[in-house]
Design a protein around this ligand. Structure first.
Ligand code: FES
Ligand code: FES
Length: 156
């Protein structure tokens, strides 16, 4: 077992973990943060995306020990003071989800995309989210939501 320490959604954790434990399993099974789903477990779908030190990462592709000392934000830590993050609000307002399974990862990836490019084109949004798969929406409303969030963030 290895001792790790990390902050997840603003809460500091210290734990003993097996070196082979994937970050997504640590978040879900140990910390009870079920808001981060597992879609494929093979790094294809992006459903498990979280932010590690401000950068989006597929948590099924990382070992928990690799995140030692990091600050992790999951979809459950994105809202602040009872208010949805601009990207969460935009997904809601633009009907950018149906079953919702891809949504946590899609939102976490979109937040990172807008951090890097605050005013992306349609194509840049599609390229930026290419690691996140959605089987329901056809992506059109997701692109619209990211634009909408970009506009909201530019105004704030
Ligand atoms: S569950 Fe991690 S990429 Fe699909
Ligand atoms: S809303 Fe169902 S997979 Fe995206």
């Amino acid at each position: 077992m290895t001792t790790i320490e990390m902050t997840v959604d603003g809460v500091r954790y210290q734990d003993e973990v097996e070196p082979r434990l994937l970050l997504v399993h640590y978040l879900r099974d140990r910390l009870g943060l079920g808001g981060t789903p597992i879609g494929c477990d093979t790094s294809n779908c992006g459903a498990c995306t979280v932010q590690v030190d401000g950068v989006s990462a597929k948590s099924c592709t990382m070992l928990t020990v690799q995140a030692d000392g990091s600050e992790i934000i999951t979809i459950q830590g994105l809202a602040k003071d009872g208010r949805l993050h601009a990207v969460q609000q935009a997904f809601h307002d633009e009907h950018a989800l149906q079953c919702g399974y891809c949504t946590p990862g899609m939102i976490m990836a979109a937040v990172d995309l807008l951090r890097e490019n605050p005013d992306p084109s349609d194509q840049e949004i599609r390229d930026g989210l290419e690691g996140n798969l959605c089987r329901c929406t056809g992506y059109q409303n997701i692109v619209r939501a990211v634009h909408s969030a970009a506009t909201t963030e530019a105004r704030s």
